[in-house]
Design a protein around this ligand. Structure first.
Ligand code: ZN
Length: 222
């Protein structure tokens, strides 16, 4: 399970060589962990008896098979405790266009995924290039800082990160901020991104309009 990142052909080959086995990935999300499984022909097959996958364009109109979607709506039909219906996942996908079954033999609908690109932070570098940081890295880093109830990192300008913190009740907010600032600065330096301004937000972490809490919010695309 690649958990929000794309399994590249290179990574797949390295894993297969290291563990002397065949490697398959599943593409899913918190809202529907069993959404798909991959086959030997490079497609993710949708478990369509349990989940509905609808690739749509920027205006939420259906996108036909064979064309890259803007985003994808998913419905989890198996979860009756917390129904998730037509949830906007934010991923660009492409449905397999052939009407006949996949060469692997599966009759289930199949798709390819560009990856959870929505939450990746992109920074301009001093050499005029771009450097990406996966949102997962912030979680890995800040989950080990003591005294944080919740955090949210918001990219408010190409080279500015605004950090919203909800410290635990008995924690000293200033000490938590110092630790968080140090960890993020270290992460940026490791990625050779060293001109990013870190702002301490006065407001606490916020929910998005859809009700989802996002820990990392990249700069909105124009
Ligand atoms: Zn297949």
């Amino acid at each position: 399970m690649t958990n929000g990142e794309t399994l590249t052909a290179d990574s797949r080959a390295r894993l297969a060589a290291a563990f002397h086995t065949r490697v398959r990935a599943s593409y899913g999300c918190t809202e529907c962990g069993f959404l798909t499984f991959s086959c030997a022909h490079g497609w993710y097959h949708v478990t369509s008896d349990w989940a509905v996958v609808e690739p749509v364009d920027v205006d939420y109109r259906p996108v036909p098979p064979g064309r890259q979607s803007h985003t994808v709506l998913i419905s989890n039909l198996a979860n009756r405790i917390q129904p998730i219906l037509r949830y906007d996942l934010g991923d660009s996908v492409l449905l397999r266009p052939d009407p006949c079954p996949c060469p692997c033999g599966s009759p289930l609908p199949a798709l390819q995924v560009q990856g959870r690109a929505a939450d990746v932070l992109t920074f301009p570098t001093e050499r005029g290039e771009h450097a990406d940081i996966s949102p997962m890295l912030f979680g890995t880093l800040l989950d080990r800082v003591a005294g944080i109830e919740q955090f949210q990192v918001v990219q408010t300008a190409p080279s500015t990160l605004r950090v919203r913190l909800q410290p635990e009740n008995n924690a000293d907010p200033d000490r938590v901020w110092q630790a968080v600032r140090g960890e993020i600065a270290h992460l940026l330096t490791e990625h050779k991104i060293d001109h990013v301004a870190l702002e301490r937000a006065k407001e606490p972490p916020q929910q998005s309009p859809g009700g989802k809490f996002r820990r990392v919010i990249p700069l909105a695309q124009p």
